[in-house]
Ligand binder design. Structure first.
Ligand SMILES: [Zn+2]
Length: 270
């Protein structure tokens, strides 16, 4: 049963990933996110439905536009597959906690919430790597959705109000810390987009998981920076966008924040 659901969520993820590619492109280059047909970024020819099937179209077209023959960026199939895997993983993780056999509406809402968060993180990962941007048109609506969902949980479950306050506190403290970093560094290493993204992640994972999130971001960021220096892709003093590492840290804290904290606390209390 679980296997069937894993396959379904993987395929759902492929389709959503295809849509996330469109959102990532249009949130940077303009155009309505929900309306308008997709076009080839080179020849601007309107694409047919047959050109838009996740993975399948890419393979059938051998990675080239049907009309102008230009290469289709590997980003498209990669984001589709990554979203498929992340969706299946999210379902797997959710199923451990809630079990699909005895699911309530609130549990289902939690699954949809997790899938939404994963989608937002994927889009921001892509826009920051490709264009060095964390668009307000993605981050701000996401903040509103997360705030609305957490408020809903507070009043309908009801969760203690202190839980919502802890999430808000995590968001404000983390954003403040990043604001100071941006201010001191003169927007060299990070920008205002990072401040807003950190606020969003703080709101999602709450206190104290935000600490795990930031720690994981700095750790993965440092590791990749050292690797890029070693293989000569970057010179010393060049900056790399930090947003992708924030999304990775957010993802880790979302699923393992509490476990990592537990291990850490057990270690220092020994
Ligand atoms: Zn083309």
């Amino acid at each position: 049963m679980t296997t069937l659901f894993l396959i379904i969520t993987f395929i759902l993820g492929l389709a959503v990933g295809s849509f996330l590619n469109v959102i990532a492109y249009r949130s940077v280059h303009g155009g309505s996110i929900f309306f308008g047909r997709s076009r080839c970024p080179h020849c601007k020819k309107e694409l047919k439905t047959a050109d838009l099937i996740p993975i399948v179209s890419f393979l059938l077209l051998k990675g080239k536009c049907r009309y102008c023959g230009k290469k289709i960026s590997l980003q498209y199939p990669l984001v589709e597959v990554a979203t498929g895997v992340l969706f299946a993983f999210t379902f797997y993780f959710w199923n451990i906690t809630y079990h699909v056999s005895s699911v309530s509406y609130v549990d289902l809402a939690q699954l949809i919430f997790l899938l939404f968060i994963v989608s937002v993180l994927v889009v921001l990962f892509v826009t920051d790597i490709k264009d060095g941007l964390l668009p307000n048109s993605i981050v701000l609506p996401a903040i509103i959705v997360v705030l609305a969902y957490k408020t809903f949980l507070t009043f309908f479950i009801p969760l203690p109000i202190s839980s919502l306050l802890a999430d808000l506190l995590a968001a404000f403290l983390a954003a403040l810390a990043f604001f100071v970093i941006v201010f001191v560094s003169g927007e060299r290493a990070m920008g205002g987009g990072d401040v807003k993204l950190v606020f969003l992640i703080g709101l999602i994972v709450g206190w104290p998981a935000i600490l795990v999130s930031l720690f994981a971001s700095f750790l993965t960021g440092a590791a990749v920076a050292v690797m890029l220096l070693l293989i000569g892709k970057k010179r010393f003093g060049q900056t790399i966008p930090f947003g992708p590492f924030l999304t990775i840290g957010g993802f880790i804290a979302l699923f393992w924040g509490q476990q990592i904290l537990d291990v850490y606390l057990r270690t220092i209390n020994r």
